[in-house]
Design a protein around this ligand. Structure first.
Ligand code: GLU
Length: 511
């Protein structure tokens, strides 16, 4: 196979949905595996749906997950410009050429006239039947058409779909798909404002950019029939790309396609990055802000509709590039299982080295005004990584490692603190203060001996020690925490614990 050229062609109509990231990923994997080229094309010809900031959002999302295009808006390349609004003249030229070739025609019907027809006839479509009674270059005398064009009368250019034949598509995922041409409408290709519609721009660009494979969402399958007719009309059938239509991503529960609203409904991210809109209800957080590692998101998305067989679930991007194949993409929809996404994140956090995690934790710690050294962050990363699901958990669940204990688990304190513990804790505090080397394993052994020598059991004292250091019964291993906090801070917290214990006791007695 010649080296494939594939494109991800989003429209900047809002934040890029996570399904769009999956489409980009499959294109990327296919290109990388075959030594091909991955292109980013921005399809912004529909000015009414254009949302400022959406293009930047798309590019930032691709950067965040590491799917960097070889060519495209913001990335250069020889087939540019890659933003369709910068290619307006190109489409105009091709639209007129298609009219000359007899596969398209000028239509002068006013929006009002068409609206009237729609009102009068249910299911009105502009097609091979209705076009005979409408105002276009197939029905009007040539002279009249010439006059209208010369007089700058508004017109659109429509595809002339010939009835009575079948349009076949060999989809790489779905197999043979057949459409009846008589059921297809005469799609507008060039609008009255001179802008192309999606169909024209998409086909012209795929042709001019030498695209070999079109890998896109299932919702575009019906349009493909028109696209095939366009390739034929232009005489480009020999170089027509191969099509692969990806399965839908389904809601976490129930039926239907995962939608933007599901994010708010289930309190989960369905976009890669956060988005700030004018209205608060239109704003949302993304996978990034929730605290996902991009590698985890990639692994999760890769398996939403693709699996090479076997039981491997963890795939690095390189593994994915090696294992990917279009044949193993499923036809059926893939359920958006957020619990699985969380599982992947845990796995990737656990597998990440501490220094890498520290680079993710630093901004989160700084946002809370915690000042810590790189070395300390590495240490916190190591202590917490088996316990967290999201990156912010490091500073939230690990709060006590960054600052003083803010709240004590009073219920457990009440149960565990005994009247005779004050002198025990005084002794323990002095013992810890004099202990060297202040390392987790050595300290653990020494403290356990200390407890034994006092005639007590580990279960009497260790929970209290944990509450002393963390405030709660959760968190990393007690002696790891003590070693991380250092002797001085550990001793300080032991002294505070005694106060808390005595207070808890008074409450119990007075209650
Ligand atoms: N602009 C279309 C979209 O927003 C692209 C569809 C295609 O890949 O052909 O998804």
């Amino acid at each position: 196979m010649t080296r494939p050229r594939v494109r991800f062609a989003p429209s900047p109509t809002g934040a890029l949905h996570i399904g769009g990231v999956r489409t980009a990923l499959y294109n990327y994997l296919f290109a990388r595996q075959q030594g091909g080229t991955f292109i980013l094309r921005i399809e912004d010809t529909d000015q009414n749906r254009y949302v400022p900031g959406a293009e930047d959002y798309i590019i930032e999302s691709l950067r965040w997950v590491g799917l960097l295009p070889d060519e495209g808006v913001g990335f250069g390349g020889e087939c540019g410009p890659y933003r369709q609004s910068d290619r307006k003249e190109i489409y105009q030229k091709y639209a007129h050429e298609l009219v000359e070739r007899g596969h398209a025609y000028y239509a002068f019907d006013t929006p009002e006239a068409l609206e009237n027809r729609r009102q009068a006839e249910e299911n009105f479509t502009y097609n091979y039947l209705t076009r005979t009674g409408l105002s276009n270059s197939l029905t009007l005398p040539a002279e009249d058409v010439g006059t209208r064009l010369a007089g700058n009368e508004p017109f659109v250019i429509r595809l002339k779909v010939e009835p009575g034949h079948e349009v076949h598509i060999r989809d790489l995922i779905r197999g043979d798909v057949t459409f009846q041409s008589s059921e297809l409408d005469d799609k507008v290709l060039l609008k009255a404002d001179g802008m192309p519609t999606y169909h024209l721009a998409n086909i012209v660009d795929d042709h001019l950019m030498d695209i070999t494979h079109v890998i896109r969402g299932e919702e575009w399958l019906p349009s493909t029939a028109h696209h095939v007719l366009l390739y034929r009309g232009f005489g480009w059938e020999d170089t027509m790309p191969q099509f692969a239509h990806l399965p839908l991503i389904l809601k976490p529960v129930g039926n239907g396609k995962l939608s933007k609203r599901d994010g708010a409904k289930f309190g989960i991210p369905v976009f890669p990055l956060g988005w700030t809109a004018e209205k608060a209800e239109d704003s949302f957080t993304g996978f990034r802000e929730t605290g996902f590692l991009p590698e985890a998101v990639i692994n999760f998305l890769a398996l939403l509709g693709w699996h090479p067989g076997g039981d491997q679930e963890l795939f690095s991007i390189n593994d994915l590039v090696a294992a990917f194949s279009i044949e193993h993409i499923s036809k059926g929809g893939a359920r958006f299982d957020y619990e699985k996404a969380k599982w992947f994140n845990q796995k990737y956090i656990q597998a990440a080295d501490n220094a890498t995690l520290a680079t993710h934790i630093r901004p989160l710690a700084e946002a809370k005004s915690y000042r810590v050294s790189d070395e300390y962050l590495d240490c916190v990363a190591g202590l917490m990584k088996e316990r967290v699901t999201f990156l912010p958990d490091f500073v939230e669940q690990g709060d006590c490692l960054f600052g003083p204990v803010r709240e004590y688990d009073v219920e457990t304190l009440k149960k565990k603190w005994n009247p005779g513990f004050a002198p025990v804790f005084d002794d323990l505090t002095s013992f810890v203060a004099g202990f060297e080397p202040f390392q987790a394993a050595a300290l653990e052994e020494a403290v356990k001996n200390f407890i034994h020598d006092k005639g007590l059991k580990p279960g009497d004292i260790l929970p209290l020690l944990r509450i002393a250091l963390a405030g709660t019964m959760k968190g990393p291993a007690v002696f790891d925490m003590a070693a991380a906090l250092g002797k001085e801070e550990t001793v300080r917290r032991l002294i505070l614990l005694k106060e808390q214990g005595e207070k808890a006791l008074q409450n119990v007695v007075s209650a």
